[in-house]
Write a protein that binds this ligand. Structure first.
Ligand code: UDP
Length: 411
């Protein structure tokens, strides 16, 4: 039995068979994914699961990570913020470092990238690599994971100069797509139900994780799992918690996060969060190492209320992870959260800390609703946001792009 067969119990045998049929058209092809961090954040999370499955299907798939110094990541983080709408320009000197770093990375990767049949370049950090691989033989696809629906215009114009050279782009949601001179594909991300982060855990294990952090599972818990990032609005989460605590004094808040090597702003945000938390013994800020998948799994399973109060969100894998655990999510009314949280059905969409508090109070008083909405949430993820659907979309895209298929693929 292969690893892929294990998913049949979750999504049905037909789905797995279809993956094999599609992959038969791609056997032995060379595919390279490139991003800018091996751990931390959603992209690394996805690639860590997707790449081995593509290999198992007989596609020769590699995952490469570009490297850079602090200035490079400062530049790409500013670019990320500007593309998500912050009105900030980027100094010419930093853009020079951005291009130079990509040129240096191209030196190490060129042979492999130029020989590949398909190259997936994830997000803006490695986007200029295409310029430094002039003899590329395969198709290059820019895979954008962030919300660039309202970018700071100058920054998008600059990045767009690289992106236009690609053969296709992928966005997570229709709204995020930009006008580009090549085919655009819409492929939402996914989670792996068999990963340490998402597989079933015993109640004992869940409780022991909370015990380890000195958090009392007998009292209600609100949780947000996120990098310490302004767009995730951890300060808004603390405000929401404080509103609810007025009515539920035993309430505890858990903010669990780590850092990503391509995110230099995390520590400043963490300090702000600590200041906002003050000396409240019921606020637990957990700084988790990158391999804390089982811990996060347990935290998500044990919390009474899970928030993802982002003000911008490319997709929000934390939302999918929580919904898969049979829980509704109270999520910011933005980006990819809207794709997952169907208001009043799989969770609640909120715009303010007050709104989040209102919904949290409602759910705390209606455990039956948590169960009902949680069931819908899980089934919604099963149908739309599991890795098998993601894999099928990627395989279909690869077949259509390599074979020039315009209408339908015969299996
Ligand atoms: N995550 C993690 N440790 C942390 C914080 C987050 O492993 O301390 C994981 C989280 O479970 C999710 C991913 O990182 O799988 C974050 O993806 P998401 O799309 O929610 O946000 P991003 O960080 O990509 O903006």
């Amino acid at each position: 039995m292969t690893k892929l067969d294990l998913y049949a119990n979750i999504v049905g045998r037909d789905v797995i068979q279809e993956l094999h049929q599609l992959a038969n058209l791609l056997k032995g092809r060379k595919v390279v994914h490139v991003n800018s961090t091996r751990e931390g954040g959603g992209v690394a999370e996805i690639l860590g699961r997707l790449v081995p499955l593509m290999c198992e299907l007989g596609i020769n798939t590699k995952w490469k990570v570009i490297t850079g110094n602090d200035d490079f990541f400062q530049c790409t983080k500013s670019m990320h913020n500007a593309l998500q709408g912050s009105p900030i320009g980027i100094p010419e000197s930093l853009l020079k470092i951005y291009e130079k770093t990509n040129a240096q990375n191209a030196e190490a990767l060129r042979e492999e990238l130029e020989a590949a049949d398909i190259v997936f370049i994830h997000d803006p950090q490695p986007a200029p690599l295409i310029k430094f691989c002039p003899n590329r033989k395969g198709k290059w696809i820019w895979r954008c994971h962030i919300d660039i629906s309202r970018p700071h215009r100058h920054v998008w114009k600059y990045l767009g100069n690289f992106v236009t050279n690609y053969d296709a782009s992928i966005f997570s949601i229709v709204n995020f797509a930009r006008r580009l001179p090549h085919p655009l594909y819409i492929i939402p991300p996914s989670i792996d139900p068999l990963s340490e982060k998402n597989k079933d855990l015993s109640a004992e294990e869940v409780h022991s994780v909370y015990d380890k952090f000195g958090i009392d599972v007998k009292n209600p818990i609100i949780l947000q799992v996120s990098r310490f990032d302004r767009f995730k609005d951890p300060i808004g989460v603390i405000q929401a918690y404080r509103f609810v605590k007025i009515f539920t004094p035993s309430l505890q808040l858990v903010l669990a996060g780590g850092s990503a090597t391509d995110d230099p702003e995390g520590s400043a945000m963490l300090e702000e969060v600590k200041t906002a938390a003050g000396d409240d013994p019921d606020i637990h800020i957990l700084l988790l190492p990158p391999d804390s998948n089982r811990t996060i799994n347990a935290l998500q399973r044990g919390a009474n209320i899970v928030l993802q109060k982002s003000i911008k969100e490319g997709f929000g894998l934390t939302v999918t992870e929580t919904m898969w655990k049979g829980k509704p999510v109270i999520g910011g009314n933005t980006g990819g959260i809207r794709l997952q949280v169907i208001n009043h059905h799989t969770g609640f969409l909120v715009n303010t800390p007050e709104g989040a508090a209102l919904r949290a109070r409602y759910l705390l008083h209606h455990p039956d609703k948590i169960k009902e909405m949680g069931y819908k949430a899980k089934e919604f993820v099963r149908t739309n946001f599991l890795i098998t659907r993601h894999l099928r979309d990627y395989l279909t895209l690869m077949v259509s792009i390599l074979y020039g298929v315009k209408e339908r693929i015969e299996l």
